[in-house]
Design a binder for this molecule. Structure first.
Ligand code: SF4
Length: 485
């Protein structure tokens, strides 16, 4: 739902194949297509040229298939490379910011080239950038700030410099890097963005989500721990923890919305957690109704869980139109209002005279839901009860997720009843924080206090409750940074 969507900013992948048997560029690009839901605005790879230390990048605007229309036959053969798909905020959508970012050799301490692919948002990037006056920045990305910190860091090895640089960063960052013939993977001390390790033949793969492993036939090994650095080369995969924090802070929206349903996060399958979110929602907010209807597409497992818990029928009378094209609609005000009819088709005969529980993963502005509920009534639904499988979004995200300003967030300054009235629902129920804790924590948490404690110790949920940020964030932090990740 376009005006409802909140966006993550990137997907990253890295492959090291010591046997030289795999067509690494091809595997990278295939893995990137599995991560395409994390970013569609630009894509790119950086490939290490064997024996030279040289790194060859290829980046461009658009989806993976736009950047590599002819496949990967024109790319150099290599045993090691990284890839990146990116979603950008307004104003930073340009090819200069397309990643991976490559730092050329010959600058200060760096003898070989370095390539960086980043998912997350460094909240003190502006401060760090202002502090570094002896380097002319070429882009407005956090990746270049990290590269600049690497240039300035002392230490006998690249891993040492990487640890030094990481100590200066505040915020969310999962990184894959190429340097000195090695592949590095690193996750911030709170583990705010996901990063997993897998085996690919006799080699290794790092990726934002395990769905990328499935696409290339890799075997999931484990998720990187918060604050973990792995170094991969011919000798194998070595690990060290460079920073520890008392709590963790995985973005809980990875479960609610961002991640692919097939991925495993925090040891749990995303689809199953979404089903449990729906069951928990049903326990908290049952409804007298005839059927449970998901808002396509992420809300399907949540609606299934809701239907299972209540015993109500599950139906999909709202069908996403696969080939709706917004570009033809934009200039025409009337067509813009009708866009819902172009994006979704409604099976009238299924809903005439029926009481519907409409299940959605989150409400951002509420405008699209308002139009959808009107359309359902127009097609004959007698009642529409809205159920949302996450608590209300009320606050900004400082960690690279594109959430609108508070005054645009429908729940920020409205009561639940006022939101129901605005979207035109007969009733509205949001999942509680405790319910979110129970569902994401595998049902643990006997009391609401204990269930909220699960959230507080394991996840970031700051956009739903200001106490839910994993560390204090300042108003002047670069909330929607130009970098993206
Ligand atoms: S503030 Fe919200 S969207 Fe941002 S990282 Fe935390 S949970 Fe995720």
């Amino acid at each position: 739902m376009a005006d409802e969507a909140i966006h993550d900013h990137c997907g990253i992948v890295g492959i090291f194949d010591p046997t030289n048997q795999l067509d690494v560029p091809r595997y990278l690009v295939i893995a990137m297509t599995a991560l395409q839901h994390r970013g569609q605005e630009s894509a790119g790879v950086a490939l290490l040229l064997p024996g030279t230390g040289e790194i060859v990048p290829k980046t461009g605007m658009g989806r993976v298939r736009d950047v590599f229309p002819q496949g990967t036959d024109d790319l150099p053969k290599t045993c090691c490379g990284i890839g990146h798909v990116r979603y950008s905020t307004t104003g930073s959508s340009c090819v200069e910011n397309a990643a991976p970012f490559v730092l050329r050799p010959g600058r200060k301490m760096i003898d070989d080239a370095v390539a960086i692919a980043h998912n997350g948002n460094v909240v003190n990037a502006s401060e760090l950038r202002a502090e570094i006056t002896d380097i002319a920045f070429q882009s407005d990305t956090d990746s270049e700030v990290i590269a600049a910190l690497l240039l300035r860091a002392g230490g006998e090895s690249f891993a040492h410099r990487l640890r030094q640089a990481a100590h200066r960063l505040r915020g969310a960052y999962s990184l894959v890097l190429l340097a000195e013939g090695k592949l590095y993977g690193l996750r911030d001390p709170y583990g705010m963005r996901p990063l997993s390790l897998g085996r690919l033949g006799d080699g290794w793969i790092l990726a934002s989500e395990t769905c990328a492993f499935d696409r290339v036939g890799a075997t999931f090994v484990r998720e990187l721990a918060p604050g973990e650095l792995v170094t991969i080369d011919e000798q194998g995969c070595r690990t060290e923890t460079f920073l520890r924090r008392a709590r963790r802070g995985l973005c809980v929206f990875e479960f609610v919305y961002f991640s692919d349903a097939t991925s495993v996060l925090d040891g749990r399958n995303v689809y199953q957690v979404r089903e449990e979110l729906g069951r928990q929602l049903a326990r908290e907010y049952p409804a007298e109704a005839d059927m449970v209807v998901p808002v396509p597409l992420t809300a399907i497992p949540m609606a299934l869980g809701y239907a299972e818990q209540t015993g109500l029928a599950f139906a999909e009378p709202v069908i996403a139109s696969r080939y709706a094209d917004r570009s033809f609609i934009k200039p025409d005000q009337r067509l813009r209002r009708l866009e819902i009819d172009l994006k979704f088709n409604i099976v009238q005969s299924k809903i005439e005279g029926k009481r519907i529980v409409l299940v959605e993963d989150s409400i951002v502005r509420g405008n699209t839901l308002q139009i959808l509920i009107k359309a359902l009534r127009r097609k004959g639904a007698s009642e529409v009860h809205m159920r949302v499988a996450a608590p209300p979004i009320k606050h900004p995200c400082y960690f690279g997720i594109d959430i609108p300003d508070e005054d645009e967030l429908i729940a920020s300054h409205r009561s639940v009843d006022a939101v129901a009235q605005y979207i035109g629902a007969d009733s509205l129920g949001y999942l509680s924080l405790a319910g979110l804790g129970r569902a994401t924590g595998g049902g643990a948490g006997d009391t609401d206090h204990a269930a909220e404690g699960i959230l507080r110790h394991r996840f970031c949920f700051g956009c739903m409750d200001e106490r839910g940020y994993p560390f204090p964030v300042r108003e002047d932090a670069n909330r929607l940074p130009s970098d993206v990740r």
